[in-house]
Design a binder for this molecule. Structure first.
Ligand SMILES: Nc1ncnc2c1ncn2[C@@H]1O[C@H](COP(=O)(O)OP(=O)(O)OP(=O)(O)O)[C@@H](O)[C@H]1O
Length: 595
C-alpha cells in the first residue's frame, strides 16, 4: 500500500443496472413513461432548431407482423458520439446541462434503463438532425453494448426496440399498453399513435382540456367524473406562479375523513407523475381532489414524487390561497353550492376558519356544531343562548350531554382541537357572548347540595347507598337537580390534570417528586351516582332498610342511570340488574307497588 495513493471506486455494472432498472421504480410499466418522456424531450430539443416542427410519437406493438415493440419519435435523434456519451454512460444526460434544461422532463440519465425490466436488451436506432447516417445501438443487461451503422436511409428521429421478456408479455397486449399510454401520456402536447396490426389509435386525442381556460364548468365536472369515477359538487381553477402550476380543483360531493388520503392526478411537464398531491395541497384540503400540471417543479429520480424545496413550498402556499379565494366568494357566486359545501364539509371548513380570519367571517354563522341537542349552526346557537358551553373532548361530551340536556343547557362537542381554537376566536369577535368550557365536574357543581347535617335519615341513606355501590367502584352523592323525574345520573370516571396533586406528592416519594416536575399528573375522578332527592322514587326509598330490597333498588337505579347516559353496561352490571328485578318479584308485586 502506498501512502496517499488514490484509488477509484469500482462499479459492478450488472448489479448497477439491476438496481436502477428493477428497484428504483415501483411499477414494471414505468418503461412506458420513460420512453414517452425521452420521445417528448427529443421533439422539444428538435424545436430549438425548427420552432414549428410537428412532433409525434408512434408505438408499434408486437402483432401478426412482428415480435418486438417499436417506440418511435421524430425528435432530434442522436449522433454516434452522442450514443457513446449518453446512452452508454449510466447517469449521463444530454438534458441536464442544456441551455433549455428546464423544458426537458428527464435529467438523471437513467430512465432508459427501466426498459431492462421488461426486455433483456434495448435497441436504439437513431438518426440525428445533424447527420445523414443512422446508427443502431444494442445494449444488454450484462453491461455490454455494440454499435453499427445502418445502411438504408432513415428519417430524423429515434426508434427504441424491445423484445418483451416472457413474464412481461402481458404488458404489451394492446388493451394493457393502451391504458398505460393513456395513463402517463394523456396530457402530452404532441400526438401519440398506437399501431396494432392494421389499426391506429390516437391516444391523447382529447388532450388536456382541463388546462384550457375556456373549458366550461360542465366540461370540467365531466372531466372530474371521468377521471375519478365520481361526481363533484363544484370545480374551479387553481394555479401558482411558483412552480408553474395550473389545474382544476374538484370539491367532493360527500363528507371526507380527516385521515383518508384522496387521490389526485399530478402531471409534471404534462407527463403523468403521481396520484399523490406531493405536498402541493395544504393539509386541510381533504375535500378537494385535483388534476394539475407543474412546469417548474423538480421530480425525484424515480419520477414518482416532487422534490420538497422552497419552490414547492411557495407553490403550496399559492395554491392554498387559490382555494381560500374560491371559498371566500362562493357564497356570492353560487349560494346553492355554498349551502351544500357548509352542510357537507363543515368540519374541514371549521379547521380552515380556525386559522384564517377572513374565512371565519365568511362561514362563521353557517358553521355546524355537534351539540347535545343535535347539529346546530353557530347562527342558531348564538341567537338562542347567552352562554355557549362546550366540552373540549369527546369523552367529556359523552358524559355531559344527557345531564346538560336535562338541565336545559346546550353543549357543543368541540372534540377536534381546532374547534376549541375556533370557539375562542369567535368569543373574541363577540365579546357580549359568553363561551365557557364545561366538564362533568363543573356541571355537577351546578347541582344544589343537600343539607345532610340536618337530616340524619338522608345522611344514613347516602352512606348505605355508598356501601352498595362501593364494589362497583362507584361513589354516591345526594343532590337536588332538574328535572325532578330523573332519579339518578351517572358520571363516569375521567381524568383531570391536577397540578396541585403534583406539588403535594413531593414530600413522600423523592423520585415521584422529581418526575412530577416533568410530567403532568392526571387525577382519575371515580365514577359517581348522583341521586336526586327531589325525585319521587328516591324520596320513597330513603327509609327502606331491608337487606334485599334496598341494594336491589340501588342496583336498578345504577344500571338505569348507566343506560340513560348511554354508557356501556357490562355482563356483571346486567346480571346485577336482572337479579335485582328477580328479588323484587320474589318479594311480591304488592310490596314493589307500595314503595
Ligand atoms: N428518443 C431519444 N431521442 C434522442 N435522445 C435520446 C432518446 N432517448 C434517450 N436519449 C438520450 O439518452 C440520454 C439518456 O436517456 P435516459 O432516459 O436514460 O435519461 P434522461 O432522459 O437524460 O434522464 P432521466 O433519467 O431523468 O430520464 C438522454 O439524456 C438523451 O441524450
Amino acid at each position: 500500500m502506498h501512502e496517499n495513493q488514490q484509488y477509484l471506486f469500482q462499479v459492478n455494472l450488472k448489479g448497477m443496472i439491476s438496481l436502477l432498472s428493477e428497484h428504483l421504480y415501483s411499477n414494471p410499466s414505468t418503461f412506458v413513461r420513460e420512453l414517452l418522456q425521452n420521445g417528448v424531450d427529443a421533439i422539444t430539443a428538435f424545436r430549438t432548431i425548427h420552432e414549428d416542427h410537428e412532433g409525434c410519437l408512434r408505438i408499434y406493438l408486437p402483432d401478426n407482423a412482428r415480435a418486438e415493440m417499436i417506440f418511435e419519435d421524430n425528435g432530434i435523434g442522436l449522433k454516434e458520439e452522442e450514443i457513446h456519451k449518453f446512452l452508454a454512460v449510466i447517469g449521463e444526460s444530454s438534458k441536464r446541462e442544456a441551455f433549455e434544461a428546464k423544458d426537458y422532463i428527464g435529467k438523471f440519465g437513467i430512465g432508459l434503463l427501466s426498459c431492462f425490466v421488461v426486455s433483456n436488451e434495448i435497441i436504439v436506432e437513431s438518426r440525428s438532425a445533424f447527420s445523414e447516417k443512422a446508427v443502431r445501438w444494442t445494449g444488454k443487461s450484462d453491461g455490454t453494448y455494440s454499435i453499427l451503422e445502418i445502411e438504408e436511409p432513415r428519417s430524423i428521429g429515434t426508434r427504441v426496440i424491445l423484445l418483451p421478456k416472457e413474464e412481461f408479455k402481458h404488458l404489451f397486449e394492446p388493451g394493457v399498453f393502451q391504458r398505460n399510454l393513456a395513463y402517463y401520456g394523456e396530457a402530452l402536447p404532441m400526438p401519440i399513435y398506437l399501431h396494432y396490426n392494421a389499426a391506429i389509435t390516437w391516444i391523447n386525442e382529447s388532450g388536456a382540456r382541463w388546462l384550457n381556460p375556456r373549458a366550461s364548468k360542465e366540461e370540467l365536472l365531466a372531466i372530474g367524473r371521468k377521471t375519478f369515477n365520481t361526481g363533484f359538487l363544484d370545480a374551479f381553477p387553481i394555479s401558482s406562479v411558483n412552480g408553474g402550476v395550473k389545474g382544476v380543483a374538484f370539491v367532493s360531493l360527500y363528507k371526507t375523513q380527516f385521515t383518508g388520503k384522496q387521490s389526485h392526478k399530478l402531471y409534471l411537464k404534462r407527463m403523468f407523475m403521481s396520484e399523490d398531491d406531493c405536498h402541493l395541497l395544504p393539509k386541510w384540503a381533504f375535500f378537494i381532489r385535483c388534476i394539475f400540471n407543474a412546469d417548474g417543479l423538480d421530480a425525484t429520480a424515480s419520477r414518482e414524487s416532487l422534490v420538497y424545496n422552497d419552490t414547492l413550498k411557495a407553490a403550496q402556499n399559492e395554491i392554498s390561497q387559490s382555494i381560500k379565494s374560491y371559498l371566500k366568494t362562493i357564497d356570492i357566486v353560487d349560494p346553492d353550492i355554498y349551502q351544500k359545501l357548509v352542510s357537507t364539509h363543515y368540519l374541514h371548513l371549521k379547521a380552515i376558519a380556525a386559522e384564517d380570519h377572513e374565512l371565519l367571517m365568511v362561514f362563521m354563522d353557517d358553521l355546524l356544531f355537534e351539540t347535545n341537542k343535535g347539529p346546530r349552526s353557530y347562527r342558531s346557537i348564538r341567537h338562542l343562548e347567552q352562554t355557549i358551553y362546550y366540552t373540549p373532548n369527546i369523552n367529556d361530551f359523552k358524559q355531559i350531554h344527557r345531564i346538560a340536556g336535562s338541565q336545559g343547557i346546550l353543549v357543543i362537542n368541540a372534540g377536534y382541537t381546532f374547534e376549541e381554537a375556533l370557539l375562542k376566536k369567535i368569543s373574541q369577535l363577540h365579546p357580549d357572548l359568553k363561551i365557557e368550557q364545561l366538564s362533568p365536574e363543573s356541571l355537577l357543581n351546578t347541582f344544589h347540595s343537600v343539607d345532610l347535617q340536618n337530616s340524619a335519615e338522608l345522611l344514613d341513606f347516602e352512606n348505605r347507598a355508598a356501601v352498595v355501590l362501593q364494589p362497583l367502584n362507584c361513589s354516591c352523592s345526594l343532590k337536588h337537580f332538574n328535572p325532578a323525574d330523573t332519579p339518578a345520573i351517572y358520571i363516569g370516571a375521567h381524568e383531570d390534570i391536577d397540578a396541585k396533586s403534583t406539588q403535594e406528592s413531593s414530600g413522600f416519594n423523592p423520585l415521584e417528586a422529581t418526575l412530577g416536575m416533568f410530567t403532568k399528573k392526571t387525577k382519575v375522578i371515580q365514577p359517581l351516582l348522583c341521586l336526586n332527592v327531589d325525585n319521587k322514587l328516591v324520596k320513597s326509598i330513603t327509609g327502606i332498610k331491608d337487606p334485599y330490597l334496598f341494594p336491589s333498588i340501588i342496583h336498578i337505579l345504577y344500571v338505569q342511570a348507566l343506560m340513560l347516559g348511554k354508557y356501556p353496561v357490562s355482563d356483571r352490571e346486567m346480571n346485577l340488574f336482572n337479579e335485582a328485578l328477580h328479588n323484587l318479584v320474589i318479594m311480591g308485586m304488592d310490596n314493589f307497588i307500595n314503595i
